[in-house]
Ligand binder design. Sequence first.
Ligand code: NAP
Length: 333
Amino acid sequence: MTTSVNRQILLVEKPSGKLGTEHFKLTNGTMPEPKDGEALLRVRYISLDAANRAWMHGATYRSAIEANSVMAGGGLAEVVASKTPDLKPGDLVWGDTSWQEYAAVPGKHLTKIPKMEPMTHLLSVYGVAGLTAYFGLLEIGKPKAGETVVVSAAAGSVGSIVGQIAKIKGCHVVGIAGGKDKCHWLTSELGFDAAVDYKDGATFKALRAAAPKGIDVYFDNVGGDILEACLPQMNNYGRIACCGAVSQYDGVPSAHGPRGVPGLIVVKRLVMQGFIVMDFMKESSKALAELQSWVASGKLKVQEDVINGIENTPKALIGLLAGENRGKRMVKV
Ligand SMILES: NC(=O)c1ccc[n+]([C@@H]2O[C@H](COP(=O)([O-])OP(=O)(O)OC[C@H]3O[C@@H](n4cnc5c(N)ncnc54)[C@H](OP(=O)(O)O)[C@@H]3O)[C@@H](O)[C@H]2O)c1
């Protein structure tokens, strides 16, 4: 081992309003010692996810993040020492490594992954983002050729892949994103049919123009006002895939929920279903093979946004929540 210092980012206080850099602290921790059943990992890339912020609100499908602990988060890491039979030094793994340079993690909580170039694709299109887009759209949204698919946070890591898969499936695809540049990128580079800038106001009207035949599938990454604008424009028997609610994660969410629930769900016979990507992991090889073939043929473009240096992780998450990112944001440690 070349160093005895383990740089870590602590969450020193849970935010009551907007997340800021004051909620984090960079510290020099000690090098962890792997116990029996654990592997010592050198973290290579930290995945930045909108969900990192949501976890601060309390327990969900995972336990809540506590103040004064190393900030939780997924990462891509290399095994440097192992006390678990399934892993050896040099193996590449995915797991909850937290925001630090080194981590000792039980082998049973790590997924060994094949090495590939570029390694970053293992966090984007072949990681949680790609699989969430794939399963959420195809298994929950169930789009058919010719239908209209709308996706929010469309220029983000999940949304940008959702829209492209929907195009591959022959749908009319509308992305909702913040700002003219992002919207232009969706249509000019990623092949979306139309894009709506929700920061421009008038989202409802712009959506009506972009999806004149109504919406058959809405892939909802944001909840809140955008969900409210989509609901009345859903076609009968439409499907809403509830992937996340990023508009509610940072700061104080608006007092009312989307109007139209459940009235519009009843009269339009909508199916509105939440999902967590982990539920589909046993089918991941089929999904990965299909994603790889689309990337290889150029039908699916991969957009990554790599920030350098563990010390920049808090700012990078704050920036993601503010919409700085295009595609999958991650930190090279
Ligand atoms: N269900 C699952 O298993 C699962 C797995 C992974 C991720 N997710 C969900 O997927 C969604 C995307 O997460 P991600 O980590 O991939 O992040 P991301 O989409 O790469 O980045 C988040 C984006 O959200 C947009 N945003 C922020 N505040 C917003 C607001 N008030 N209204 C509308 N858009 C807003 C920003 O783009 P703009 O510039 O367009 O505002 C920002 O770029 C999240 O809801 C997350 O919880 C779910």
